[in-house]
Design a protein around this ligand. Structure first.
Ligand SMILES: [Zn+2]
Ligand SMILES: [Zn+2]
Length: 258
């Protein structure tokens, strides 16, 4: 399914792992995980423009909005919470997140980051088209999200895909990846990306200090992603990585903080 919301930025919806579908728009990914029953889990809430796209995506799977069991946030940056408040209101579904990220969820533009963001487009012209596309998809107008539900213990969540939480702080202090052992994938959010929106550089890496709270902690958290032993990593930005978690982590460490 291909759609054109912003003229030059297509939306795509593709199955990237067994029963795991990626909805991609404006260089932001979210994922729809199908369960054994009709229920689906949505991982991350993208940008505001992705709300109607989610409806179309569900239709293409023969699912309805009422089949959404809830939204699991990897973290609460505005490009991952875009339609969370709308979904709470319209669908009445729970939105889970780590409590450390509750504050930024409620205040989308007051997050911790190491480096001055304004300099990145100057140093990294490749980021201009990405950040422009994100802005046109509503990145500057994300409403705060309240009434988030805290993730419980780290056992499998009773949700489609039986995800296990992998606490991976650093990008934000409450960042969590979701490991789906049966599907051999980890939904890594922004703990490890294959496209950095702030530089335009592709390949496995942590996100630039423009949007990362603590790069050292983010690099240390990569051990937990490697320890899953999963083959496929599905990031919040960029293409799927299909060559093993440990290999991705090695590459990201070689790139280092930036
Ligand atoms: Zn982020
Ligand atoms: Zn992001």
């Amino acid at each position: 399914m291909e759609h054109h919301v912003c003229p030059e930025v297509p939306m795509s919806f593709t199955e990237v792992a067994d029963g795991v579908h990626r909805l991609s728009h404006a260089y932001v990914n979210l994922y729809v995980v199908q369960g054994d029953d009709n229920r689906v889990l949505v991982v991350d809430a993208g940008l505001p423009a992705m709300w109607p796209l989610l409806g179309e995506a569900l239709r293409s799977l023969g699912r309805r909005p009422s089949d959404v069991a809830g939204i699991a946030l990897t973290h609460a940056h505005f490009d991952h919470t875009g339609f969370a408040a709308v979904a709470q209101r319209r669908l009445g579904v729970p939105v889970w997140a780590h409590p450390e990220d509750f504050f930024i969820a409620a205040h989308p533009y007051r997050y911790a980051h190491e480096n001055l963001r304004a300099l990145y487009p100057v140093k990294h012209p490749g980021s201009v088209r990405i950040l422009g596309a994100m802005a046109r998809a509503g990145a500057l107008k994300v409403p705060g999200v309240r009434d988030l539900v805290p993730y419980g213990a780290d056992g499998p969540l009773d949700l489609p895909g039986a995800p296990r939480l992998v606490f991976t702080p650093g990008h934000t202090f409450g960042h969590c990846a979701l490991h789906l052992p049966d599907r051999d994938v980890v939904l890594v959010g922004d703990a490890l990306v294959t496209l950095d929106p702030y530089t335009g550089v592709e390949g496995p890496q942590i996100v630039a200090g423009a949007a990362t709270a603590d790069s050292r902690q983010a690099l240390a958290s990569l051990d937990r992603i490697a320890a899953t032993g999963a083959t496929v990593l599905l990031p919040g930005h960029g293409e799927p990585w299909r060559w093993g978690a440990a290999e991705a982590v090695d590459e990201a460490r070689a790139v280092g903080p930036h």
